[in-house]
Design a protein around this ligand. Structure first.
Ligand SMILES: C/C(=C\CNc1ncnc2c1ncn2[C@@H]1O[C@H](COP(=O)(O)O)[C@@H](O)[C@H]1O)CO
Length: 250
């Protein structure tokens, strides 16, 4: 009888038979490690981030993302407001998703967690590591901003945006761009804090609209308030409308 060897689905015979097993080669070999710094390997890591993110969040239920400065502290108005937003969203039946960091993110997670709701933090690896805040009851850490951003938009039904800097503005304008270009539909965006945000809205109206770089309907996507309950009511109304549309389609 001719000697043969199976290697997974492959059969080897005669002088095609090689020594050892695939497992042995995996476990015994080390060799050079430069490949971990190559783009093809990065693509695998990126893929893994999407798999982990989708896996952790797929069964989340209706959620709202809350954005705001990493630099606020307890006792600051935006911190306390973020905490109230987290609480009110949970009372309205939403899970709360934040960037998992300090400041207003921590506050919104705290409000949501203490109210007995689902409090999610999507952290990001940064050179000045701060780690997930302690109120992120479901935490996912990302290496790549773009993978993390996909999760915010995919798993939330709207954004509430508190005063913040570049990070917050980046998240705000990404949502607006996605809505403007029809990549997301029915996606309410509320700016909380009239004093903080009215300068930006004024610039959008007086400069961007005036020069024709945005349309009035683009600016109308933004709702501005100081009232936490009003911000949450916008999210509830959008959810009700979506549910009514879904019922209508059945
Ligand atoms: C600045 C400090 C820590 C930063 N840690 C962060 N952790 C998680 N997410 C962050 C962090 N910093 C920014 N973000 C994201 O941007 C938004 C806030 O940025 P801003 O520039 O402060 O407005 C926030 O929503 C996050 O998604 C040390 O305290």
């Amino acid at each position: 009888m001719v000697k043969s060897k199976t290697k997974g689905p492959v059969v080897q015979r005669r002088d095609q038979i090689d020594e050892g097993t695939t497992d042995q080669r995996l476990l015994d070999s080390r060799g050079p490690s430069d490949w971990i710094h190559t783009d093809p390997w990065r693509v695998m890591r990126i893929q893994a981030e999407f798999i982990e993110g989708f896996g952790a969040l797929a069964e989340l239920g209706p959620a709202i993302a809350v954005f705001g400065s990493a630099r606020t502290h307890p006792g600051h108005e935006p911190y306390d407001q973020a905490e109230a937003v987290g609480r009110a969203l949970v009372e309205a039946g939403f899970a709360v998703i934040t960037g998992g960091g300090p400041g207003s993110m921590e506050a919104a997670n705290k409000g949501a967690s203490e109210a007995g709701g689902v409090s999610v933090g999507l952290g990001i690896e940064l050179p000045f590591e701060s780690g997930l805040n302690q109120w992120s009851d479901i935490g996912v850490n990302f290496r790549y901003f773009f993978a993390r951003k996909t999760m915010f938009v995919k798993y939330s039904q709207g954004f509430i945006v508190l005063p913040g800097g570049f990070g917050t503005l980046d998240e705000l304008f990404e949502a607006l761009t996605l809505a403007q270009t029809g990549k997301v539909t029915s996606f309410p965006v509320v700016l909380l804090g009239t004093t903080y945000w009215s300068g930006l809205l004024g610039w959008l109206r007086d400069t961007a609209l005036d020069r024709g770089t945005v349309k009035q309907s683009d600016i109308d996507m933004l709702q501005l308030t100081d009232d936490v309950d009003e911000a949450v009511a916008v999210m509830v109304a959008a959810r009700d409308e979506r549910l009514a549309q879904e019922r209508g389609r059945r």
